[in-house]
Design a protein around this ligand. Sequence first.
Ligand code: FA5
Length: 373
Amino acid sequence: MSAPNKSYDPVEVEALKPEELERLRDEAFAAFAAAADLAALHEAKIAHTGPTSPLSLANREIGALPPQAKAEAGKRVGMARGAVSKALAARQAELEAERDARVLVEEAVDVTLAYDRAPAGARHPLTTLSERIEDVFVAMGYEVAEGPEVEAEWFNFDALNFEPDHPARAMQDTFFVQDKQGKADSGVVLRTHTSPVQVRTMIDREPPVYVICPGRVYRTDELDATHTPVFTQVELLAIDEGLTMADLKGTLDHMVQALFGTGMSTRLRPNYFPFTEPSAEMDMQCYVCRGESVGNPDRPCRTCSSEGWIELGGCGMVNPRVLIAAGIDPEKYSGFAFGFGIERMLMFRHNVEDMRDMVEGDVRFTRPFGMEI
Ligand code: FA5
């Protein structure tokens, strides 16, 4: 009986011995089991299945074996490598499942939490409404004009034809600004209306003049549901050759149609303002019931108290005395003006029942008006 050929018997190659292959396989199993996360498993994968791993090196030994020994050694190595690959895939799946479960917990979104932990806020509706009105007139070629809120009494009253002791001055309850000696008759007031901007504009510019003047005004009124001591007015002034009340009426109709919808109209009722002659109180048709609630108890309207009309403000043809005070020839030019309060318009346009809500600065009031730019 011939002895085994030592140089060709695969048993004699250390790395291909069954017990060595089992040891390498078990070592890989242990390394995979010990890997606590996917990164550690990746390291173990390179160490135990990579091209320089003991099992890959053992595989290379097979090539040097005699043909009759190759098959059995190849089967042994293949089985060991196959078992290692399976164990690797199983541990990989296990660790991936663990990671997915952890991510679901760590990155879970609680849909019941408040969505706006950092609220973006909203612009105040008085600002957006005032800008919307400006846009209507800018589109018609008007320019926006501004004036100071701390105003000379001359601009606020005298130039507007309020005589020094005329009772009309008492129509608007005035905050007088004290001078340094504490005297109230310093000649400076907090403007009570935006009409002084009319005078400033006429002095500054040559006719024709077409301006819209929005701004804050002040009166010694108590803060209540329909009054505030600080409120916003919009004033309009047009000076040109040949302007008449018909132009004023057409402009008012266009404004209410642009703001409240087509078909809306206005009406004028006689009134008195020292700076306009003739003067009128302007009403707009109720945009909610369009007059249908009048005399119709079955269809009452809260917006206009079933009167069919909503009071907007004052208007008229610029008094020639005011034109003269501003250096404009009343023989050549005529003009019209109107002014109204934005707070009152906001109240009926958006069903705001209490003016105090507009001045208190609570974001819960402004936010429902949205992020209108
Ligand atoms: C004037 O102030 C005139 N300057 C308007 C004018 C301009 C007439 C141009 C003719 C030509 P009056 O005092 O009526 O008018 O005020 C106008 C509007 O301001 C009122 O219709 C009202 O909407 C608003 N208003 C008056 N007082 C307050 C207040 N305390 N709080 C909120 N709005 C007010």
